[in-house]
Design a protein around this ligand. Structure first.
Ligand code: SAH
Length: 342
């Protein structure tokens, strides 16, 4: 059985033709799923019974089941624990901003990058999610909140560039008028820095925002928490970022999670600004989410502000990430782990 969400409109049209159905039905089916949020073939009232039977023999509509929803009392952030057909569980988070709803989607079940501060990677990677399984997170979340989602960040569990083909197909799918029609400029892909894949992505000529999880001002500090730093140096990442910028003219975002006494000193900020001054970028400082599996602690507010002011004084645009949904364990991977333990 094929998950119909893994197909783009052209592929479904082809299937219809190959199977003796009229291909304009494909658009009608897409409208039911993506515009009307109808996730059962039987409810597609303008499709004949016979066609519906044939569709059901070949396809399923892979919408995950909602295991749990947590709503933040602070900022109305909603965290969904979704379960796919094969029993795998992932998390998606919907954040409400003044400019619209934003969703943080997962791209893999678990992750194999091994960053020490991150809960998603503790048990390794189970499997990649398909493009349809990623888009299904948006469809289900939209139908649950009863509102449109207009922004996507690929910052849930998983390393998007470690699931390159499916993530690429996902971006093309969501960007299409045939589906949820979310503009590329409303999509941010976050990576721990898989250099060759950053270059490949640049060559796609997308207009998406690239975010790099840097989290350290030099390789020595970076290697303490991020195994990928043994593979690629910061210098190589910067070179790939420049390549990305030159190709796309999109400003790069650098994420920097501040860990107390580890990467949050003034000298760290100075070293960071020295590297980043050479590149057109924006820095997002993230007070680290403390998880019980490790000993990393959040930097103090005054240290975070100091760090920010050093970067700002060097002319680097810097923001401190608002902590959304802190009362509902909204940080990566924490809920899934809690659930699996039970
Ligand atoms: N694998 C990708 C995307 C998923 S992680 C990446 O590494 O970018 C999304 C972001 O959350 C990354 O910047 C990641 O480093 C960060 N993150 C992971 N664990 C965190 C924690 N405990 N506190 C704060 N940020 C964390």
């Amino acid at each position: 059985m094929i998950n119909i969400l893994d197909l783009d409109l052209k592929e479904l049209k082809k299937w219809m033709e190959d199977n003796g159905e009229s291909k304009f039905r494909a658009k009608q089916i897409f409208d039911w799923i993506y515009k009307k949020e109808v996730f059962q073939f039987e409810k597609m009232t303008n499709i004949s019974k016979q066609t519906i039977e044939r569709l059901k023999e070949a396809f399923y509509i892979g919408i995950p089941e909602v295991l749990e929803v947590f709503t933040s009392n602070i900022d109305n952030t909603k965290k969904f624990l979704f379960k796919y057909e094969d029993g795998n569980i992932i998390e998606s988070v919907v954040m409400r901003y003044s400019y619209g709803n934003s969703i943080c989607v997962s791209t893999q079940v678990g992750c194999r990058m091994g960053c020490k501060f991150c809960a998603s990677t503790i048990e390794g990677m189970v499997r990649n999610l398909t493009s349809g399984e990623i888009i299904a997170q948006i469809l289900k979340a939209q139908s649950e909140i009863g509102e449109r989602i207009s922004n996507i960040v690929l910052m849930g569990s998983g390393e998007p560039l470690d699931n390159y083909e499916n993530v690429l197909k996902f971006i093309n799918l969501v960007n299409s008028e045939d589906t949820v029609n979310i503009g590329q400029r409303h999509i941010t892909l976050s990576t721990c820095g898989i250099v060759p894949k950053i270059k490949e992505l640049a060559d796609e000529n997308f207009q998406i925002t690239l975010a790099i999880s840097l989290h350290a001002p030099n390789d020595k500090i970076r290697r303490n928490t991020m195994p990928i730093a043994n593979r690629y140096t910061i210098e190589e990442i910067m070179e790939a970022c420049k390549y990305y910028f030159n190709k796309t003219k999109r400003r790069i975002t650098f994420e920097y999670a501040l860990i107390k006494g580890f990467n949050d000193k003034e000298e760290n900020a100075r070293e960071l600004s020295f590297i980043l001054k050479k590149i057109n970028c924006h820095v997002n400082l993230i007070p680290i989410n403390e998880i019980k599996e490790n000993r990393y602690k959040k930097s103090e507010a005054h240290e975070i502000n100091k760090f920010k002011s050093i970067l700002t004084n060097e002319g680097i645009e810097t923001t401190i990430r608002r902590e959304m949904g802190s009362d509902i364990n909204a940080a990566c991977g924490q809920l899934r782990r809690k659930y699996m333990k039970q």
